[in-house]
Design a protein around this ligand. Structure first.
Ligand code: PGA
Length: 256
């Protein structure tokens, strides 16, 4: 990790948790993590638990966010949640373009771009996810895929929008599968993404926080986070297990 850039470890709880299990997990995180450890830590629970998370984490130094948002600001959009609503519950971040949203809910690059803009309109920091499938990697298309996903957002929002955003490389074949990209594989894509942004604006590229996601565990976090272009992680399964998430957060601190 670069000494000048921020570091972030964010937990993506996906559709997991309950009031009771969240209470235990949040209490453990509050005891072990705070913001003054050379890295920032965040959790992204399902919408119904945002009030619980906000009550538990206010004043802890740990921040929180949501897993998606509506591309519209308000109106007749049954079932949707706006950025302003997320801000009402103290969210700092919102994940956009997660591969599960792209694949299972048919979110196109254009829709991801619209959600990215909606997040920034509301004062949220989007965590924009990009990543290739196994088939695309095997066809040698990794760079083309992540470039297309990033370009779709930059075309809409402009490169300067990346000053108020986080980028997460999440190879689809590594998410929830136990197969992690090797540190070298992840670093290569991170360097490609940073280089691509640098050709548009080198200052923005230097400051851009680039997370790796996909089966990050305590056993591989230190090596992943020690790569020069990996500034932290977006953590799924392991973010639900207090000991594992805390260990991964500490791996980000160790490299501070
Ligand atoms: P995983 O999920 O850590 O369980 O692989 C990562 C993610 O989907 O953000």
């Amino acid at each position: 990790m670069s000494p000048g850039r921020g570091r972030l470890v964010a937990g993506n709880w996906k559709m997991h948790g309950s009031l009771a299990s969240n209470r235990d997990l949040l209490a453990r995180l509050c005891v072990s993590l705070n913001a003054n450890q050379g890295a920032e830590f965040a959790v992204c629970p399902p919408f119904p638990y945002l009030a619980q998370v906000s009550a538990a984490l206010t004043g802890s130094g740990i921040t929180w966010g949501a897993q998606t948002l509506c591309e519209n600001d308000h109106g007749a959009f049954t079932g949707e949640v706006s950025g302003a609503m997320l801000r009402d519950f103290g969210c700092r971040y919102v994940i956009v373009g997660h591969s599960e949203r792209r694949q299972l809910y048919s979110e196109s690059d254009a829709l991801v771009g619209a959600k990215f803009l909606a997040a920034q309109r509301s004062g949220l920091l989007p965590i924009l996810c990009v990543g290739e499938t196994l088939g695309q990697r095997e066809q040698g298309e990794t760079e083309a895929v992540v470039a297309r996903q990033l370009d779709a957002v930059v075309a809409l929002a402009g490169v300067s929008a990346l000053e108020s955003a986080v980028l997460a490389y999440e190879p689809v074949w590594a998410i929830g599968t136990g197969k992690t990209a090797s540190p070298a594989q992840a670093q290569a894509v991170h360097a490609f993404l940073r280089g691509k942004v640098a050709r548009m604006d080198s200052g923005i590229a230097d400051a851009l926080v680039l997370l790796y996601g996909g089966s990050v565990k305590p056993a591989n976090a230190v090596e992943l986070f020690s790569q020069p272009d990996i500034d932290g992680g977006l953590i799924g399964g392991a973010s639900l297990v207090a000991d594992d998430f805390i260990a991964i957060c500490k791996a980000a601190m160790r490299n501070s």
